[in-house]
Write a protein that binds this ligand. Structure first.
Ligand code: IPM
Ligand code: MG
Length: 368
């Protein structure tokens, strides 16, 4: 059998720095676990615009469709703020999501014991937190038509459309129920059925899928605004949350901050199975390109490294190795290692991006 293949799109800002640390982990798996990945690289976002005038070339898009998994760093930066909408760095990422049909975006929010003090919430509210947000990623208001800025009389009107088909809702609901069965067996679905027809349909379809296929899983429904409030009040009531593209964008940032640092959180975007049985997949940290600290060795590589752990688990069926990598991260944090985003404790000075990567590799070595 051929080696599993990875396409690395490090992107902009801190993307390349954190991805350098992921490369160390990938190399470690080749050297020490005999798992060799065929790695290729490409451009996405502002760096692709600089080189080719587009945030994603057709060639890179085609490569992304061929590989077993794509690892993405981050896109965007102030340099690109005034570009035309159609060539903004974010369009590259959205094109990957859409054309690979990555409809299920898994965003875990886990609070590491060593970091429970970093949350802006009280320690007992977040300690031991382990929830999974499943965000629909290829439809809804991000992609609905009509859209645009039009002229109506003397003024401009901005238009976006929230649109969901039954099958789009059903497939992401199934992803959420499947995940729940492997975790706490609970799904909470969030929408705004009180004000939006698309929310009414969402609730209906999730309920139908539940009744027909997953009645063993506990299902509840919440309006998304109340869900935001409950996430801050008592997040441990949740196991899996399933929600649409826009609500998922907002709720996952809120959930991320419960854990203390955006620099810690990975994500997986999964589509339908390919011919080899593996799902179409893209893995990326939840954080952005952080242009203010780019190039200074200050970035926390953990979110990107944990995204690779998700790739081991969801693309390559290597759950034990994913556990090993997650444990290595937990161990360096327990040792008190902190990148600059995690400062605050007295007497702790920050380690650099690459020192953090090296320390995680050392923990992997120690795990053998
Ligand atoms: C995210 C980001 C993206 C989104 C941006 C960069 C397009 O905020 O992945 O959450 O809005 O989906
Ligand atoms: Mg977001």
């Amino acid at each position: 059998m051929s080696n599993p293949s990875l396409l690395i799109l490090a992107g902009d800002g801190i993307g390349p720095e954190v991805m350098t640390e992921v490369r160390k982990i990938i190399d470690w798996y080749g050297a020490k676990r005999d798992v060799t990945f065929d790695v290729s690289e490409g451009l996405v976002g502002g760096c692709s615009y600089d080189a080719h005038g587009t945030p994603l070339t057709d060639d890179t898009m085609a490569k992304a469709q061929e590989v077993d998994a794509v690892l993405l760093g981050a896109v965007g930066g102030p340099k690109y703020d005034n570009l035309d909408f159609s060539v903004k760095p974010e369009r590259g990422l959205l094109r990957l999501r859409k054309e690979m049909d990555l409809f299920a975006n898994l965003r875990p929010a886990q609070c590491f014991d060593a970091l429970a003090d970093f949350s802006s919430l009280k320690k007992d509210v977040v300690a031991g937190l382990d929830i999974m947000i499943v965000r629909e990623l290829t439809s809804g208001i991000y992609f609905g038509e009509p859209r645009g800025i039009i002229k109506e009389g003397n003024e401009r009107v901005g238009i976006n459309t929230q649109r969901y088909t039954e099958s789009e809702i059903a497939r992401v609901a199934r992803s959420a129920f499947e995940l729940a069965r492997k975790r706490g067996n609970k799904v909470c679905s969030m929408e705004k059925a009180n004000v939006m027809e698309s929310g009414i349909l969402w609730r209906d379809v999730v309920t139908e899928v539940h009744q027909a296929e997953y009645s063993d899983v506990e299902l509840s429904h919440m309006y998304a605004d109340a869900g935001a409030m409950q996430l801050c009040r008592w997040p441990k009531q949740f196991d899996v949350i399933v929600t649409d593209n826009l609500f998922g964008d907002l709720l996952s940032d809120a959930a991320a901050m419960l854990t203390g640092s955006l620099g810690m959180l990975p994500s997986a975007s999964l589509g339908a199975p390919m011919e080899n049985g593996r799902p179409k997949a893209l893995y990326e940290p939840v954080h952005g390109s952080a242009p203010d600290i780019a190039g200074q060795g200050k970035a926390n590589p953990i979110a990107c490294i944990l995204s690779f752990a998700m790739a081991l688990r969801y693309s390559f069926d290597m759950g034990t190795e994913a556990d090993r990598l997650e444990k290595a991260v937990e161990d360096v944090l327990a040792d008190g290692l902190r990148t600059a985003d995690l400062l605050g404790e007295e007497g702790v000075s920050p380690v650099s991006t690459s020192e953090m990567g090296d320390a995680i590799v050392a923990k992997l070595d120690a795990s053998l």
